[in-house]
Every structure is written in structure tokens, then in C-alpha cells.
Design a protein around this ligand. Structure first.
Ligand SMILES: Nc1ncnc2c1ncn2[C@@H]1O[C@H](COP(=O)(O)OP(=O)(O)O)[C@@H](O)[C@H]1O
Ligand SMILES: [Mg+2]
Length: 218
């Protein structure tokens, strides 16, 4: 089954410079797709289009049969979760423990003040329990990236869009994410991943895509 059905998609930030031209593409809800492309080719833009952040596109993007430009953020975030490339852009609170609690509250309708078992487990998964009450402004970029990855664990039932999720992370931490993605795949949950670390993702990727000359090719 497709999570995304993209028809004749064209997009530019301004009239002068087209980023995508007439893209037709389907993304399978169960599969892991890796999207590559040189710097500035439009990988992040594609993630923004799929998560409803850029609405002025031509063509159609269907998210499970509903046109994305007509969907609210609440509707979109019931089905997908988007981890942005910049670590800080994923942070919505002051500390890791508050942050994962908000993920639970905002997106899963759970109660904010209760630091539930699964929130603690999410932080433990990425070795963050000792930092759980440390303010983000006193943490490194890599640590903040890990908090974003931990937040994903509270969104296991959704399709994941991950923009360069392992950039700057050491191998042991990358392996944690790979194992989680593998487990999710077994449970029928797919993802779109932007990364250059092909060797790391090789064993779990089903579809290899590349942006080239305003098109997305196999
Ligand atoms: N908000 C924006 N306004 C105008 N141009 C943008 C904006 N964001 C990105 N771009 C341009 O769009 C192109 C694609 O950028 P991006 O999607 O970030 O590429 P990638 O993630 O593949 O490195 C680049 O040329 C970039 O300069
Ligand atoms: Mg990018």
C-alpha cells in the first residue's frame, strides 16, 4: 500500500529556479526508501513538501488518498513524523524529559506531567537518561540530535521521514537507529531516509532513489 502518491509534482521557491519538475512517484507504507542527491539538489525541500510545510506546489501529493495541500497539520501528523536535518529544529521544550513528554502529549494525546515508562525508555535507548533534565542550551549538537531520535520512539505507529538522521553520530548510535528501523519494518512500518551513509543503511533499504536534474530517479 502507498503512503504517498505523487503526481506531476513541480516546485520552486521562486519563479527563477525550479527544484522539481513533473515528479511521479509512489512511496510504499511498509518499505524503507533511501533518497540521495548532491548538496542543494532538493532533499530537504522534498521532505518539506511531503510533510505539508511547502504548500505552493504544482501537481498533486496524496497522503493516504488525501490531498496534502488540503490537510491540516493535525491530520498530517497523525500519519507521519518528520525529523528535520537541523537538530535544534526538532526541539520543542527546554529539556529532554520535557521534550519527549510533549511528543507524547501533543501527538499521542497522553498526559503531559506524567513522565511515563515509555518516555524514560525512549531516552534510555539513546543513552540520554543522565541528560534528561539538562537544558538544551547546555548540550552538544549530537546530544540534541539523539533527543530528536528518541522522540521518534513515541511515534512508532507512523511513517517516518528522516532528513540526514545520522549525520554527526558515532557508529554505535547509528546501529541503534538501524535496529529500530529493522524492527519497525518487520512490523510493516516504513520510512523515507535522506542519507549519504549508504553502507550503514544497505541491509534495510528496499528502494534507492536519487534526485538528479529536478527529477527523482531510481
Ligand atoms: N526557503 C528557501 N527559499 C529559497 N530557496 C531555498 C529555500 N530553502 C532551500 N532553498 C534552495 O533550494 C535548493 C534545494 O535546497 P535543499 O532542499 O535544502 O537541498 P538539500 O537538502 O538537497 O541539500 C537549494 O538551491 C537551496 O538554496
Ligand atoms: Mg538538506
Amino acid at each position: 500500500m502507498n503512503i504517498y502518491n505523487i503526481k506531476n509534482l513541480s516546485f520552486s521557491y521562486d519563479e527563477k529556479c525550479l527544484i522539481f519538475e513533473n515528479i511521479d512517484l509512489q512511496l510504499d507504507i511498509n518499505k524503507i526508501t533511501l533518497l540521495a542527491g548532491i548538496n542543494g539538489s532538493g532533499k530537504t525541500t522534498f521532505c518539506r513538501l511531503l510533510s505539508g510545510l511547502e504548500k505552493k506546489y504544482k501537481g498533486k501529493i496524496f497522503l493516504e488518498n488525501r490531498e496534502l495541500s488540503k490537510s491540516s497539520f493535525a491530520e498530517i501528523s497523525e500519519k507521519i513524523v518528520y525529523l528535520k536535518q537541523e537538530s535544534f529544529a526538532n526541539i520543542i521544550a527546554a529539556t529532554p524529559s520535557e521534550d519527549v513528554a510533549i511528543w507524547n502529549h501533543k501527538f499521542q494525546n497522553k498526559i503531559l506531567p506524567e513522565f511515563e515508562k515509555e518516555q524514560i525508555e525512549a531516552l534510555e535507548e539513546y543513552n540520554l537518561e543522565h541528560l534528561k533534565d539538562q537544558p538544551f542550551w547546555e548540550m552538544s549538537g549530537g546530544q540534541i540530535k539523539r533527543v530528536g531520535l528518541a522522540g521518534l520512539l513515541l511515534n512508532m505507529d507512523k511513517y517516518w521521514i528522516l532528513d540526514e538522521p545520522v549525520t554527526g553520530l558515532e557508529n554505535a548510535l547509528i546501529d541503534i537507529l538501524i535496529n529500530i528501523l529493522q524492527k519497525r519494518k518487520t512490523a510493516g512500518k516504513g520510512a523515507l531516509i535522506i542519507s549519504h551513509r549508504f553502507e550503514k543503511f544497505e541491509k534495510i533499504v528496499d528502494n534507492w532513489l536519487k534526485i538528479e536534474d529536478k527529477e527523482i530517479i531510481l
